[in-house]
Design a protein around this ligand. Structure first.
Ligand SMILES: Nc1ncnc2c1ncn2[C@@H]1O[C@H](COP(=O)(O)OP(=O)(O)OP(=O)(O)O)[C@@H](O)[C@H]1O
Ligand SMILES: [Mg+2]
Length: 323
């Protein structure tokens, strides 16, 4: 049974910009987290992901609505809630003191949390060993690379062993090896220590690999919440078969389009992309036509990705908005 560890109900937030321009960032939003899950927030730039996370992390005041975290009401128990959360924001640069070393920063922020020195050392040891970060601990924060700073800030958020962790684009700008290491570390943390993780990322392969559930935010509301697989399935095709247009007649393209197994067709640059409802039957039928017409064209096969699902759903949402 899934146990809800956090819920937000009817949360709204507007920002007042220049010349009385009001931006509605969250519009009567409902959201929940299950204990022990990795949950990702997806959505176009400006959809409201950071706003939601900051509100739940007690860093930004909401206009309306309720947030409850492990039984504590955000409006009444901010202090308690802060103990339950680890938070890494989008702005890594400003999340630690430039002139302090990585280690000094962690000690400073640990003691601000009320942790004893031994406790902090113990936690730092564990994190540093896991992340292979020993040699950077005595460097000043300002002398670390972007990715190394990201790791320090991540460690900072975990010092007090919070049960719930919010990470706003934790692997942004990281090289693929560090990013992978962080992903593994986070998945381990959730699976072995029973933590709950909420993250945002624009790297959809990463979201697909890590997440138990994904919520798609659109214009300040949660549009869909589901597993990555279910989101991909709801695109309505299982695979795309792509054929280079050069050398193909309209006749052949139409014959392929009319196959029962072909559900969609889009032109992508020099390629025709056919969405099929079954990978095996689709490939066989399309190859059959190419063979029969002696069309020796370049041919690609692609399974539906979370990126396809994202584009599909955002496209549908925009359409229904425009109507
Ligand atoms: N401090 C602010 N003042 C005014 N408007 C703001 C402020 N912060 C965010 N907004 C606006 O609120 C909306 C939601 O922004 P938010 O940062 O939550 O988006 P996001 O989903 O995190 O986007 P991204 O993927 O780019 O990080 C946007 O339209 C943004 O312009
Ligand atoms: Mg953001």
């Amino acid at each position: 049974m899934n146990q809800t560890i956090l819920y937000a109900e009817h949360v709204s937030k507007s920002y007042n910009g220049k010349k009385d321009k009001v931006t509605k960032a969250l519009d009567d939003m409902n959201f929940d987290l299950n204990k022990g899950e990795i949950h990702s927030l997806l959505g176009p730039n400006g959809a409201g992901k950071t706003t939601l996370i900051k509100i739940m992390a007690t860093l930004l005041a909401k206009d309306k609505g309720t947030v409850n975290i492990m039984g504590f009401d955000l409006d009444k128990s901010e202090r308690e809630i802060r103990h339950l959360l680890g938070y890494v924001g989008q702005d890594t640069e400003r999340s630690a003191y430039a002139r302090l070393t990585a280690k000094e920063n962690l000690h400073f922020f640990g003691s601000m949390r009320g942790l004893a020195k031994e406790e902090i050392d113990k936690q730092i040891d564990k994190l540093v060993t896991y992340l292979g970060f020993e040699e950077n601990m005595s460097k000043q924060f300002m002398h670390l690379s972007g990715g190394q700073k990201q790791i320090v800030v991540l460690m900072r958020s975990l010092l007090h062993s919070p049960p719930i962790i919010f990470l706003d684009e934790p692997t942004k700008g990281l090289d693929p090896i560090i990013a992978k290491k962080i992903r593994r570390f986070l998945v381990d943390l959730v699976k072995k220590e029973g933590k709950t993780l909420l993250l945002t990322s624009h790297i959809l392969s990463e979201v697909d690999e890590m997440s138990d559930r994904v919520s798609l935010i659109h214009k300040g509301k949660i549009a869909i919440t589901d597993t990555p697989d279910a989101l991909k399935e709801s695109v309505g095709v299982t695979d795309f078969i792509e054929i280079e247009r050069n050398g193909m007649s309209i006749d052949i393209i139409n014959r392929i389009k009319n196959l029962d197994v072909v559900v969609s067709h889009v032109e992508r640059n020099d390629w025709d992309s056919f969405g099929v409802s079954d990978p095996f039957d689709g490939t066989q039928a399309i190859l059959g036509i190419l063979k029969e017409t002696n069309s020796r064209v370049r041919f690609k096969h692609k399974s539906v990705s979370l990126e396809d699902a994202f584009i599909h759903h955002i496209g549908m949402l925009e359409e229904s908005f425009d109507k």
